[in-house]
Structure formats: structure tokens, C-alpha cells
Ligand binder design. Structure first.
Ligand code: FA5
Ligand code: MG
Length: 419
């Protein structure tokens, strides 16, 4: 199927990731450009926007355990099964996730570490990590991004429940005094139910504790606004296999609602798998890039990976400052049209191929045309690739060279016929 195309093979059948060797097989779809990101851990750089944001969130949840640097190579059991994902969940496919081989993959979310973190005895914790998803190419999508998982567990005895109530009152008082407008939904409902093993009243208290904790974090990050322009937060019903009830949170930014995180009341299965069945609690997972792009005014997600001093020198530890864009270098558009092979060629496969060859020089990939021949039933597509460096001017020869390689690879790896 042409899925094995890593160039960092130690030997034809082996690959080394963070010092550990793995066998390759028919499932392997990690590319060299992805592998090169594994050691970078941007969230550990204190003067990088992602590191600054991470510290800011950690200082808000100052009495939580602050964890990071866990190995991104996990088992599908950790990433999916331990959290109750169904066997046929689309996220498991090689279309959406990066596999090292049949038995190992790159985590697609920080929730992959929930069970082990609860099992280690942490009852209030934050965990920051790089996560990997096969995706399209544009200014807000990158196949590696950073998430922060946060969770809190409570015992279910009377005294513990009283503590949740007290904590809820304390958090409510703080929020009542702030310029924040919250569009709320019921904590539990017929379509977003409490779990069968939970006392619905307990589930409501935990969901409220979650909402108050998140709302106060957002207030800390985005400020209270003014009386005329308060921070606007919206809670939406969501679905995750590993929480119920589940929510997504959006904030209003420049006239648009922007998804910040997913969260909910942790499924009993997670606690059972962690060996702490007699607990109830909440968890959230937020995307650091999304928030950092707003807070620092960073216009393109590729900039987080820049080592250009004109980018990095603009930031310092513990300070949220507005990014001043330096002049953009010219863009160069190249089109490629081909007949899609009978075995198919997913857009994610094409984007990965482009990234593997062009790296961060590919700013945007768009399908600009697609049609099916009425007689032969063959499908033809045309992709437009926008090449642009963030650090320098690209020469015509260089771009032509890259484009030629892309065309060759589409032919060789996928057997596509160029038009
Ligand atoms: C999750 O990943 C869940 N694990 C979150 C969760 C944790 C739910 C704990 C319940 C309990 P989701 O795929 O929606 O959910 O991603 C969570 C957040 O990551 C999003 O809200 C967004 O902020 C960020 N995110 C998702 N995809 C991308 C992307 N391609 N680029 C940048 N940020 C992204
Ligand atoms: Mg989502």
C-alpha cells in the first residue's frame, strides 16, 4: 500500500525513536519529518510561547502535580482501549493516526496517559505533551501540536462531597465578581447523562466543579475584559468515549467562537483500569497552540517551530507579549493534477507526502479541483501547494526541485498517473 516510507531506517526493517528501536511493518506510516519533531519538546522551553503558556496554566493550578516529558510512543491500548474507545472508532485508522508499527503509535491526545497517571496516585494533576495527528496543511493545522490534560479526583464519602460543595462556593464567589459572561448548559441531561454507577447529584457537583475550574482558568488567561466587553465563554454538549457528561468550551474571539478544550466527568472504566474504582472526578484536554495563537497574536502555527531569532527573541519567561510579524517572504504556488489510483489516495496521505519532502516550506495545501470521468469513472484531482519559507526567499529552482520530487513521489509511492 506504500505506507512504509520512513527514511530514518536503521536497517530496512527497523527504526530508532528517542533511543528505542522498533520494527517496521505494513502499518508503519510515520515519516521522517514527523520523527524529527519527537525530541524537540517545545513546551519545555521556558521562553517559548508554548512554555510560557504552560507555566501560566500551571501557576493557576498551583496545587496540582505538574507532569511532562512522557514518551510520545504509546500502545493503541493506552491511546484508545484503556479509555473505552470502540473497536471501530475512526481515530484508530492509519488515515488519522501515526503508527510506528502494529503495536506502537504516536499518542493522538494527552488522555493516553490518564490511566497511568491516576494509577500513580495523582489526584490533581496537569500533564503537558506533544501529540500527533495526520491532518491537512494550513495556517492553523500542523501534524504535531501540544495538549495539556488536567484532572481532579474526589472520594465519594460524605466528607469529600462536602468539600466539593465548599470548593464550588469559593470558585463561584470569585467568578461572580468578574467580567465574564458564561453561556451554560445543564450539568447533566437526557442526551448528556450521568453514568449509571454515579449518584446524579454527585455527578452534577463534579460537573459544576469542572465548569467553575475551567471558567476561572479562562478568566486568568484572557482577563476579565471590561464591563462593556466582557470575556464570553460558551459551554456546549459534546461526546467523548471516556467522559460522561461531556462538554466542549468555546470563547468568542474577534467575532468568532473558537474551540479551546474538551472535558467531562471521567468514565468509571478509566478509574477501574487505574485501580482506583471508588472515585469520581473530572478531566479536560486543551490545545496549547490555539490559545497561544490568540494570547501572543501568532498568525501561523508553523511559527511555533521556528528557530529564527526574529521569532524566538521576542518572547521571555513568564511574559505574555504581542508578536510583531516580520515581513513575509514571497509565496510560490504550484499545482499538481493526477488520476487517483484505484487503491485510493486520501488527502492526509498527500499532505504527509508533501510535508515529508517540503517540511515547513509547505504553507498550505488545497484541493482546487476534483472530477470523475463520466465514461471511465476514474477520479482526477488537482492540488495547489503554496510554498513559502518563514525565514528566507525561496529560489525558483529550489521550489521546482521540491515540486518535481512531490510529483515523482505521487507516481512512485501511490501509482498515481500525472495529468
Ligand atoms: C481530545 O483530544 C480529548 N482528549 C480532550 C478531552 C480530555 C476530553 C479529557 C475529555 C476529557 P479534541 O480532539 O477535541 O479532544 O482536542 C482537544 C483540544 O485540542 C481542542 O479543543 C483543540 O484546542 C486542540 N486541538 C485539536 N485538534 C487540533 C489541531 N489539529 N491543531 C491544534 N489544536 C488542536
Ligand atoms: Mg474537539
Amino acid at each position: 500500500t506504500g505506507r512504509i516510507r520512513s527514511t530514518s531506517r536503521v536497517s530496512p526493517n527497523e527504526i530508532s525513536l528517542l533511543g528505542q528501536k522498533y520494527n517496521l511493518d505494513g502499518t508503519t506510516n510515520v515519516t521522517q519529518s514527523i520523527i524529527s519533531k519527537l525530541p524537540l519538546r517545545l513546551h519545555n522551553q521556558p521562553a517559548h510561547p508554548l512554555g510560557i503558556l504552560r507555566s501560566k496554566i500551571e501557576s493557576h493550578f498551583h496545587d496540582f502535580s505538574h507532569l511532562s516529558s512522557l514518551n510520545p510512543v504509546v500502545t493503541p491500548a493506552q491511546n484508545f482501549d484503556s479509555l473505552g474507545f470502540p473497536a471501530d472508532h475512526p481515530g484508530r485508522s492509519v488515515i488519522d493516526s501515526y503508527y510506528v508499527n502494529e503495536d506502537y503509535m504516536l499518542r493522538t491526545h494527552t488522555s493516553a496517559h490518564e490511566v497511568e497517571t491516576f494509577a500513580a496516585g495523582h489526584s490533581k494533576w496537569l500533564l503537558t505533551a506533544d501529540v500527533y495527528r495526520r491532518d491537512e496543511i494550513d495556517s492553523s493545522h500542523y501534524p504535531v501540536f501540544h495538549q495539556m490534560e488536567g484532572a481532579r479526583v474526589f472520594k465519594t464519602d460524605e466528607a469529600a462531597i462536602e468539600q466539593v460543595k465548599a470548593d464550588n462556593e469559593r470558585l463561584s464567589r470569585h467568578l461572580d465578581q468578574s467580567n465574564i459572561v458564561i453561556e451554560d448548559i445543564p450539568h447533566i441531561s437526557a442526551t448528556n447523562p450521568a453514568q449509571p454507577t454515579h449518584d446524579p447529584a454527585h455527578s452534577e457537583l463534579i460537573a459544576l466543579n469542572l465548569k467553575l475550574s475551567i471558567n476561572s482558568l479562562l478568566l486568568k488567561l484572557f482577563g476579565g475584559g471590561s464591563r462593556d466587553a466582557p470575556l464570553q465563554v460558551r459551554w456546549i454538549e459534546a461526546y467523548f468515549p471516556f467522559t460522561s457528561p461531556s462538554f466542549e468550551v468555546e470563547i468568542l474571539y474577534q467575532g468568532k467562537w473558537l474551540e479551546i478544550l474538551g472535558c467531562g466527568v471521567v468514565q468509571q472504566l478509566t478509574f477501574d483500569n487505574a485501580g482506583i474504582p471508588d472515585n469520581i472526578g473530572w478531566a479536560f484536554g486543551l490545545g496549547l497552540e490555539r490559545i497561544a495563537m490568540i494570547l501572543f497574536g501568532i498568525p501561523d502555527i508553523r511559527l511555533f517551530w521556528s528557530t529564527d531569532p526574529r521569532f524566538l527573541s521576542q518572547f521571555s519567561e513568564n511574559e505574555i507579549t504581542t508578536f510583531k510579524p516580520y515581513s513575509k517572504y514571497p509565496a510560490c504556488f504550484k499545482d499538481v493534477s493526477f488520476w487517483v489510483p484505484e487503491t485510493g489516495l486520501h488527502e492526509n496521505d498527500f499532505c504527509d507526502l508533501v510535508r515529508d519532502i517540503a517540511g515547513d516550506l509547505a504553507e498550505d495545501v488545497k484541493m482546487i479541483d476534483s472530477f470523475t470521468h463520466p465514461k471511465t469513472n476514474r477520479k482526477s484531482v488537482c492540488y495547489r501547494i503554496n510554498y513559502r519559507s518563514m525565514d528566507r526567499s525561496l529560489s525558483n529552482e529550489e521550489v521546482n526541485d521540491i515540486q518535481e520530487k512531490v510529483v515523482e513521489r505521487v507516481k512512485d509511492k501511490f501509482g498515481a498517473e500525472i495529468r
